[in-house]
Design a protein around this ligand. Structure first.
Ligand SMILES: Nc1ncnc2c1ncn2[C@@H]1O[C@H](COP(=O)(O)OP(=O)(O)OP(=O)(O)O)[C@@H](O)[C@H]1O
Length: 326
């Protein structure tokens, strides 16, 4: 049923042990989140944040140290078969298809493994949604990368699973193929009631299709929020100011966390992140006191790249702010 919790991850922890050095690495550190039916949930994070480890744990490919994983109320650890039949995954772009089989053969084979008898007619209908009907009888290895990735998602769909786990689905795709795949994913959710868990570095994809977003860093979830809310929060907070400077001491801007973006011919442009908009007036007072003239104040355009960077690189960003002002 729409809006029902369909996937529940609670206090998931996974540690890797390096054999040679006996070092321990906590790849996923006590994370919890829920995904509702009909949602596109994006899991983001820099390299090594723990996204793939999380997805592999959900697929039952890795055994977590602790925590619980439930799909449609069934525990992956205790009722593996019953839980996992509701999910289908594409890991690392397109690895879940056999190169020496055609798209149709892949679909019939993988749905067969899941106990589903897919007819050739049904598989052609699915391929049609992906614009791949003419390629139905070509070997997968003869398809372009974009076509292979779309075939991989088509295979996922062929299994009849309600939840699709897609790890980097747009990796290596050109702009047109990536946009096409976005439309396909959105329509799978809207027209067919599928639920999608997406792990990606593609911020345009997140901005275009995600409903909710969790950002991971060093094994932890640092924020989990509706995409619109995150965009709104940031839109309200970031300002870009242009001021004229004639050698005035502007080090006081540092207290406002200003980040200089341009400095030329007596004109200074800086971005500022003000959690409390009232602070904008304090900033204007400060600028007046040092004797700079404000040329313009604009609310910064917000995109997902900026939101992502804010959550995953705060200490470095602070350092840049400091460096650029002094
Ligand atoms: N099999 C393994 N053995 C030891 N360490 C591992 C193993 N797999 C992953 N790791 C480590 O666990 C951490 C998390 O890795 P993971 O692949 O989950 O990150 P990720 O967020 O998916 O990264 P990326 O965006 O680069 O794919 C990394 O530090 C990685 O080096």
């Amino acid at each position: 049923m729409k809006n029902e919790v369909i996937l529940k991850v609670q206090n998931l922890t996974k540690t890797y042990h390096r054999r040679k050095t006996r070092e321990k690495l906590v790849a996923v550190d006590n994370i919890s989140f829920e995904i509702r039916q009909g949602e596109i949930f994006a899991l983001l994070g820099p390299n090594g944040a723990g996204k793939t480890t999380t997805i592999k744990s959900i697929c039952g490919l890795l055994l977590p140290d602790s925590g619980s994983l439930e799909i449609m109320g069934k525990s992956i650890l205790k009722e593996r078969g019953k839980a996992l039949r509701h999910i289908s995954a594409v890991l690392e772009g397109n690895r879940n298809i056999y190169w020496r089989m055609t798209p149709v053969e892949n679909m019939i084979y993988f749905s067969g493994i899941r106990g589903k008898r897919l007819t050739r007619k049904e598989s052609l209908e699915i391929l049609d949604k992906f614009g791949l009907k003419e390629k139905a009888n070509d070997l997968a290895q003869q398809l372009s990368r974009g076509m292979q990735q779309k075939t991989a998602v088509a295979v996922c769909l062929a299994t009849g699973a309600e939840i699709l786990l897609l790890d980097e689905p747009t990796l290596g795709l050109d702009v047109a193929s990536s946009i096409e795949l976005r439309h396909i994913l959105r329509s799978l959710v809207e027209k067919e009631g599928k639920t999608i868990l997406l792990s990606t570095h593609d911020m345009n994809l997140v901005e275009a299709i995600a409903d909710r977003v969790a950002i991971m860093s060093k094994g932890k979830i640092v924020v989990c929020e509706r995409k619109e809310k995150l965009m709104e929060m940031f839109k309200a907070r970031r300002y870009v100011l242009k001021v004229s400077t004639n050698g005035q001491d502007i080090t006081s801007l540092e207290t406002f966390g200003a980040m200089i973006t341009k400095k030329e011919d007596g004109l200074l442009e800086f971005a500022i992140d003000l959690e409390n908009p009232k602070k904008l007036f304090d900033l204007m007072d400060t600028l007046k006191t040092v004797g700079t003239e404000i040329k313009s104040i604009e609310q910064d355009t917000v995109n997902f790249e900026k939101i992502f960077m804010k959550y995953v690189s705060e200490p470095e960003e602070d350092k840049v702010k400091k460096d650029s002002i002094t």
